[in-house]
Design a protein around this ligand. Structure first.
Ligand SMILES: CC(C)(COP(=O)(O)OP(=O)(O)OC[C@H]1O[C@@H](n2cnc3c(N)ncnc32)[C@H](O)[C@@H]1OP(=O)(O)O)[C@@H](O)C(=O)NCCC(=O)NCCS
Length: 202
């Protein structure tokens, strides 16, 4: 059974949030997806620690963003970020979104990798950038040798859950607290996503 909120969920959670987990078989590969006009994607490069921290702060979802959050989250493998951490830039070259395809040694052994720290600056949300980042990171997870992706988020994060449901992630539930959290969450989801939850033990 999962316990306390971890990582991004711990710092963003509301008082009633429960950590929930979603999974997706990568199968033949992520869906095709494109960026809106004027945006482009690039991989991590030296100096992006500040870029990443700034995007997480911009979202307002994490209060506060610890100054060493990037180091805490990725310190065990900075050298791998050039092939695992994505950024989307706007037409001025400013980074406005990020996601990370994260695979630990034990993840690799069990064939599953983590979609980690997806974030889009508010002025650029609802344009498909979060979807693009999710698809691109899943694609990279597959290239890194795993055949499933998982993520965790807080049960009050309707935007994120709808994003992930729309891209084929499903709930993975292993405690009664999570079942209750999904039931409460479902009431806030758009009807098409509520229908999607039917058939899962939530
Ligand atoms: C979650 C987040 C990454 C979505 O990024 P985005 O670029 O706006 O996502 P997209 O434009 O690709 O949205 C795809 C779908 O997700 C859902 N969605 C996205 N934002 C939503 C919102 N604010 N409310 C409800 N549904 C939302 C919708 O179904 C949307 O499709 P639609 O716009 O056609 O209705 C962004 O809101 C964010 O950075 N939030 C703060 C950080 C966070 O919670 N990260 C996730 C941690 S697990």
């Amino acid at each position: 059974m999962r316990g306390a909120l971890d990582g991004e969920n711990r710092v963003m959670a509301g008082s009633n949030a429960v950590e929930i987990r979603m999974v997706r078989r990568l199968g033949a590969g992520p869906r095709r997806c494109s960026l809106p006009d004027g945006y482009s994607m690039r991989w991590y490069r030296d100096g992006d620690k500040e870029t990443w921290q700034r995007i997480q702060e911009d979202t307002g979802a994490y209060d506060p963003v610890a100054p060493d959050l990037f180091d805490l989250e990725f310190g065990e493998s900075f050298e791998s970020l050039a092939e695992r951490q994505l950024f989307v830039e706007d037409s001025s070259g400013a980074a406005v979104g990020t996601a990370t395809a994260w695979v630990t040694a034990s993840d690799r052994a069990s064939g599953i990798g983590r979609l980690h720290w997806v974030a889009v600056s508010p002025a650029h949300q609802r344009r498909g950038i979060g979807s693009y980042l999710t698809e691109a990171a899943c694609w990279r997870l597959r290239e890194l040798g795993v055949d499933s992706a998982y993520l965790t988020t807080g049960s009050e994060n309707v935007a994120a859950v709808q994003l992930y449901l729309s891209l084929g992630f499903s709930p993975e539930v292993d405690s009664q607290a999570e079942v209750s959290a999904w039931r409460t969450l479902a009431e806030s989801l758009e009807p098409c996503f509520r229908v999607q939850l039917e058939g899962f033990a939530v």
